[in-house]
Design a protein around this ligand. Structure first.
Ligand code: CA
Length: 713
């Protein structure tokens, strides 16, 4: 590999002995990936190593020294959408992905920008993404980086220049597929999945040749139409018997939108699969059935894409209980036996420990409160489901805990081998599942869940809303996977916080949705240090060294499903934090400071409500199905996207129609909803939002005349 211009410059500037050799060794190969856990200077794969432990042995920043940790540099990003990315670091350069699938490279020590790459994702892709226009990271092989873009491309970039080497469309662009997850590379094969099960797609992963992007194999997680796969692989033929009706019409679901892990010794790739399309099983697979391989962990041969084993965490899913959550591998001593295990805390609230050679369930226990089962039957490995939880069969609403947000979402966990603990960024939140009696799929727009998302939305009534928000919490939980018990926890006011990093310095790092970035002792959960980031953090931190000095880096920027949909606010919080996209980098003795920011918000000043009850009913229903995915339940604005109650477009029917019907703002992601909604229905949504804005304005006026802020405003 030739030394790039920036590496030459860095070597010259630092006058480093051995710098040339380090840069020359930059190429990533199978041996280097297999040994990534011990490569303390770098962070060369998404979960830091193939076991995805997110544990760094670095110990310069430790329980003893962390008090001296300070910001050393920061970089402002050109998007204020959710930042969920895990940076990669090689030889002193940090590579990040941001909202809208952009990539940027910086000098890891100084923050000097080196290059950037923008795949120019069309704004109108945004409504195909259930959960914000986020990207979680890249893979590396040789001298290249591999990126999945929101519109479904897999792109190879030259690591030194940021130039695009090749690009491959991995999805049918006429279907609602997106990519937000990071690829992984195994022996020169780039593996990438996708998202879209909220709208109606068939899940799969594909392997591409890292060299030229040639497709090598594709593994579907659910069967297709009867004649779609010729010949149909045996594992899919077996799965077909667990489905009913013309399930393929809705895609089936089972998207592999996040977790993967790899065991080089067993040569097994592990993937986690998502929920069904639609959620409500009564519509997806009338009469039931396990619906393999939804909500499952599946082991695959990475060379051929051959199925090896699976474990289904949630048979017959009807709750959006994905098993796409972080898959982590470790070797643990259980009952006196050394076990090669796979661990996962999927959305359904149970922490699973499996034998990763065979898929045998070793243990399972709930890591958050749950009410959908009376436990896991260890003889069969199946949950014992409470009948009332099956709203799809009773036809009655069910308030589920955890809910569709899960006990844990995509936010990465971390493992500390010395403590033997897994750290879980947990969510404690219920979800009201209101089955929709006469659901019809919409092939154009909006969530295809088979639920009435308006009936189950966060209430508009401020007191009820405040109570619902107050009941929604988060925690950093230290979990002992051997005894299946909580060791300690740090409670968080809100559910949507940062992913995790554990280090040899005895620390666990985590940001919060409330804008704090903190270090805790890995043993006891004592907070030892914190930094006010001024904006919400959901991404996981990484750590690396440059010239022998340890750095900790994290992306800041609130977003993802929570602030967009159920609530951007926390209990008692009057206004959301301003949303910024930023890369923050810390080291011992760092003295940089962040500029002050102020939130600017349009006043709540809606036109008078002159609509009808019928318009409000129609507008409320369609707001739940088509708008709340991005503009928040009950039209209560989020931090991230425009607060429609404050929109100038409310004033004028023609302006509203130009945006919602004609797609005037499609480049920003606000597409035309004309394929799904008539002009009358779109006008009814305007009347509903005007009514909601007037209700909240009246509360604001009353509260200010009392000299206080309204609850949850
Ligand atoms: Ca989902």
């Amino acid at each position: 590999m030739k030394l790039s211009h920036w590496a030459v410059a860095a070597c010259a500037a630092l006058a480093l002995a051995g710098c040339k050799e380090r840069a020359a060794e930059g190429g990533i190969d199978a041996d280097r990936l297999a040994a990534a856990a011990a490569d303390s200077a770098n962070w060369i794969t998404y979960g830091r190593d193939y076991a995805e432990q997110r544990y760094s042995p670095l110990d310069q920043i430790s329980t003893e020294t962390v008090g001296e940790l300070g910001l050393v540099w920061f970089a402002d990003l050109d998007t204020a959408r959710g930042q969920e990315g895990t940076p990669l670091v090689f030889d002193g350069t940090i590579y990040i992905t941001t909202g809208w699938s952009k990539v940027k490279a910086y000098d890891g020590a100084t923050g000097e920008p080196l290059w950037q790459y923008d795949p120019e994702v069309p704004g109108e892709i945004a409504p195909k993404a259930c959960c914000d226009v986020v990207n979680r990271g890249m893979a590396a092989w040789g001298d290249r980086l591999y990126l999945g873009t929101l519109d479904g491309r897999l792109v190879a970039l030259d690591r030194n220049s940021g130039e695009e080497v090749w690009s491959k469309l991995t999805v049918d662009p006429d279907k609602p597929y997106t990519i937000t997850g990071a690829p992984r590379v195994i022996d020169g094969k780039v593996i990438i999945g996708n998202s879209g099960a909220e709208f109606g797609v068939r899940g799969y992963i594909t392997a591409y040749d890292a060299e030229d992007g040639e497709e090598l194999w594709r593994f579907f997680t659910v069967p297709g139409a009867p004649d779609e796969d010729d010949p149909e692989p045996e594992y899919l033929a077996k799965a077909r018997g667990t489905w009913n009706g013309e399930f393929w019409e809705h895609g089936g679901g089972g998207t592999v939108w996040d977790a993967m892990a790899y065991d080089p010794e067993l040569d097994l790739l592990y993937i986690g699969t998502g929920n069904g399309s639609p959620w409500n099983q009564a519509y997806r697979s009338p009469g039931g059935g396990d619906n393999l391989y939804l909500s499952s962990i599946v082991a695959i041969r990475p060379d051929s894409g051959e199925y090896v084993w699976h474990y289904q965490t949630t048979p017959a899913d009807t709750w959006d209980f994905t098993a796409t959550q972080h898959i982590m591998l470790a070797d643990l001593t259980i009952d006196g036996r050394e076990r090669k295990v796979l661990m996962q805390a999927p959305k359904n609230g149970f922490f699973y420990v499996l034998d990763r050679a065979t898929g045998e369930l070793i243990s399972a226990d709930n890591y958050v409160p749950q009410n959908w089962t009376s436990g896991i039957d260890m003889a069969t490995g199946r949950p014992i489901v409470n009948p009332q939880a099956r709203y799809d069969r009773t036809g009655q609403p069910f308030i589920g805990t955890p809910g569709a947000g899960g006990g844990h979402s995509w936010h990465p966990m971390a493992f500390h081998p010395g403590e033997g603990l897994v750290y879980i960024p947990a969510i404690e939140a219920a979800f009201p599942y209101f089955p929709e009696a006469a659901w019809k799929p919409d092939p154009n727009r909006g969530m295809n869940t088979g639920l009435d998302l308006s009936a189950g939305a966060m209430p508009a009534d401020p007191a009820a809303r405040e109570a619902a928000i107050a009941a929604t919490k988060g925690a950093l939980i230290a979990w002992d996977p051997v005894t299946q018990q909580e060791r300690w926890r740090v409670p968080h006011a809100g559910p949507w916080n940062g992913g995790l990093l554990a280090t040899g310095g005895g620390l666990v790092f985590q940001g919060t949705g409330q804008g704090q970035f903190a270090a805790y002792s890995a043993a006891e959960g004592r907070q030892l240090w914190s930094f006010a980031a001024g904006t919400g953090i959901i991404a996981p931190p990484v750590t690396y060294t440059v010239n022998g000095e340890q750095y900790v880096a994290v992306l800041a920027g609130y977003g993802g499903v929570w602030p967009l949909s159920p609530s951007g606010l926390l209990s008692g919080q009057e206004r959301p934090l301003p949303n910024l996209g930023r890369l923050l980098v810390f080291k011992l003795g760092g003295t940089a400071t962040l500029p002050a920011v102020s939130a600017s918000e349009r006043p709540l000043d809606p036109p008078p409500f002159r609509g009808t009850d019928a318009q409000v009913a129609s507008g409320s229903y369609n707001f739940g199905r088509y708008c709340s995915q991005c503009h928040n339940d009950a039209a209560v604005g989020s931090t991230v996207l425009p607060d429609l109650r404050r929109s100038a477009a409310l004033e004028n029917r023609d302006t509203w129609m130009a945006i919602v019907h004609d797609g005037a703002l499609k480049d920003n992601g606000m597409v035309s909803f004309a394929p799904s909604l008539s002009r009358d229905e779109i006008e009814a949504i305007r009347q509903y939002v005007i009514k909601r804005a007037n209700e909240d304005k009246a509360l604001e006026t009353r509260a200010s005349s009392r000299g206080g802020a309204p609850p949850g405003a």
